[in-house]
Design a protein around this ligand. Structure first.
Ligand code: FMN
Length: 172
């Protein structure tokens, strides 16, 4: 399938079956993240791969909303970036998130971006809440969590004819 076709079919999937994500697919998803471009090639990220159901349940309370899918997820990849090593760690980690999400979709694995940075869990920030369990160092900041599981829903592909071309300005 050509890349544009993969992108057309990519959707955020928030409902998963009980079927596990195959180890070889998970490895490809991680490789897609590790292959991402990065400012000055610093690659400041650390991916924390969570397969433990109790930890996934804990993570499903890391935010006030938009995170329930972690209860059903078979796996999650917590993306953190070293803010001391890289000024553009947010951009770097976002590229890695997007590449892993797209790779998952191309393999038929459902996934969804769960925003962590700038979000809150009750009294704490989402980052503080997640760090308490996963124990990543202070210089590593939380970007987002990619939930993963085999899709329990089918979302429609996008139609190229319906793309909002008003968002594009051409200067000739
Ligand atoms: C920066 C960013 C943050 C997002 N945060 C969440 C989130 O916290 N929870 C969620 O369910 N979806 C989240 N999403 C997924 C978007 O809701 C989704 O991409 C959008 O609704 C378009 O749907 P699609 O991905 O199926 O095209 C996020 C996506 C991005 C790029």
């Amino acid at each position: 399938m050509d890349l544009l076709e993969v992108m057309r079919k990519r959707r955020s999937i928030r409902n998963y079956t009980d079927e596990p994500v195959r180890e070889e697919d998970l490895q490809k998803i991680i490789q897609a993240g590790l292959l991402s471009e990065s400012g000055k090639a610093k690659r400041p990220w650390q991916f924390i791969v969570v397969r433990n159901k109790e930890v996934l349940e804990y993570l499903s309370r890391c935010r006030e909303g938009g995170v329930k899918m972690l209860k059903e997820a078979q796996c999650a990849i917590v993306v953190t970036g070293d803010a001391e090593a890289q000024d553009v760690w947010v951009e770097d980690c976002s590229v890695a998130m997007a590449n892993m999400h797209l790779m998952a979709s191309s393999l038929g694995v459902g996934s969804c971006w769960i925003q962590g940075r700038l979000r809150k869990a009750d009294e704490k920030t989402t980052e503080e809440y997640v760090r308490e369990k996963l124990k990543f160092p202070e210089n590593y900041k939380l970007e987002a969590i990619l939930s993963l599981g085999m899709p329990a829903v089918k979302m429609p592909a996008y139609d190229l004819e319906e793309l909002d071309m008003d968002k594009v300005r051409v200067i000739e």
